[in-house]
Design a protein around this ligand. Structure first.
Ligand code: AMP
Ligand code: MG
Length: 394
């Protein structure tokens, strides 16, 4: 196959072309899946003071064997008014500041009230049950470095640090165009020679899952005019444009030619991978265009392997896929060794197993798939017991 480049080269080419998108300040509650573009520091110590880690009584460790007089009750959110002296204790709730004089909080479950209103510790030993001042975070600590992809755990830290308008990447806008006269939309009945458009909806879900904005442009007919019209619309306001179908060798596969006519510099047209060989990548005025193959498994896999890393890079995030190195529980085999091949696999008890897979049109083969496993070029099989990197797609 002419101009067929390796997957590694394709990925390198795509990534090296990526330019980071600008930033804006956003309300922190709206920043899930965005990429943080500033360092976030703490403006306070955590805990801000020695804090009771349990509900109980704050007292002096040397007094543990004694009956203790309860001189005060401190709920969370209040400061203790008194010091704990010899033979005394202060009833304290989880999260309240430990009073001066106390070095231990005994758990309420480990105590008993005496007849004269004092309390007694029922055990021999106890931990201090104090979370010490600044043991988690010190004022000025770097909490989240720039270029972090924000997940729920980071939102908690932004809240803790009072960073309510962090600087994040602007949303990457991704247009999706399906091509093909055989396509009808999902709400329509696919009769005769028609099938439902699944790629566009799969791609939009993949885009949205990353925190990017999916802009559905529609189905282009297999004519030059229709393809041109939808591309023009997509070029109008998007950073990345994804087309599916129309990139192989059929009589009506116009996409590469029209892209060229519309000023797209085609960087590559074919990758030595399976599925996804006829994947086109081009650039036009800082916009990135992918012509993905029409078959749904190819489109899914090429998004996962090439488009996703590019979109993350534009967002300012250095993405590495989640991989697990696992042994094969059974032999994974393929006939044609000219291309690198991605196989859907299931993970059972820490081993990978092949799934029934009829090829790139087999849309429901991915339903049971936990991961994709690559069989390198020139290699016919992964033998049972061989350890391979499974690219998790769960
Ligand atoms: P093409 O690359 O246009 O030759 O399409 C390859 C195969 O993928 C054909 O069987 C198409 O019917 C199918 N296909 C193309 N686009 C879609 C789509 N949006 N949804 C589902 N199948 C598609
Ligand atoms: Mg087609």
């Amino acid at each position: 196959m002419k101009h067929m480049i390796s997957f590694e080269e394709a990925l390198k080419t795509v990534l090296s072309s990526a330019k980071q998108k600008g930033t804006s300040k956003k309300k922190f509650t709206k920043t899930l899946h965005r990429v943080l573009r500033e360092d976030v520091f703490s403006d306070m110590d955590m805990p801000p003071w020695d804090k009771a880690a349990v509900d109980g009584y704050a007292c002096r460790r040397i007094d543990l064997a004694k009956e203790l007089e309860v001189i005060e009750t401190v709920p969370a959110g209040k400061m203790p008014r008194q010091k704990v002296g010899a033979g005394q204790c202060i009833k304290i709730m989880t999260g309240a500041p430990v009073p001066q004089g106390a070095d231990t909080v005994i758990m309420v479950e480990d105590t008993q009230e005496t007849s004269d209103g004092k309390i007694r510790f029922l055990k021999e030993k106890t931990k201090s049950n104090i979370a010490y001042h600044a043991e988690d975070i010190q004022k000025g600590d770097l909490l989240i470095p720039r270029n972090t992809l924000l997940k729920p755990k980071h939102i908690a830290i932004l809240a803790t640090a009072g960073c309510v308008r962090p600087q994040v990447s602007k949303k990457v806008k991704v247009a999706v165009i399906s091509t093909g006269d055989e396509l009808v939309e999902p709400h329509q009945v696919a009769s005769g020679s028609k099938i439902r458009n699944s790629n566009a909806y799969q791609l939009m879900a993949q885009i949205q899952e990353m925190g990017a904005k999916a802009d559905y442009t529609g189905i282009a007919k297999d004519t030059e005019e229709s393809t041109r019209k939808l591309l023009k619309k997509a070029f109008h306001k998007n950073d990345v444009i994804l087309l599916t179908g129309g990139v192989s060798m059929g009589d009506f596969d116009y996409v590469p030619q029209i892209l060229k006519e519309m000023g797209v510099e085609i960087i590559f047209k074919s990758i030595a991978v399976q599925p996804g060989r006829p994947t086109v990548f081009g650039i036009r005025n800082g916009q990135y265009i992918f012509g993905l193959p029409g078959n749904p498994v190819s489109s899914f896999v090429q998004f996962e392997m090439l488009v996703k890393p590019l979109i993350y890079k534009i967002m300012g995030f250095d993405y590495t896929p989640l991989t697990q190195h696992l042994p094969a529980g059974a032999r994974l085999f393929r006939k044609n060794t000219k291309r690198m091949s991605w196989k859907p696999v299931k993970i059972i008890s820490g081993k990978i197993f092949p799934l029934e897979y009829h090829g790139s049109a087999h849309i429901n083969s991915l339903i049971d798939a936990d991961a994709l496993v690559a069989i390198p070029r020139g290699k016919e099989a992964i033998e049972e017991g061989e350890v391979v990197a499974a690219h998790i797609i769960r």
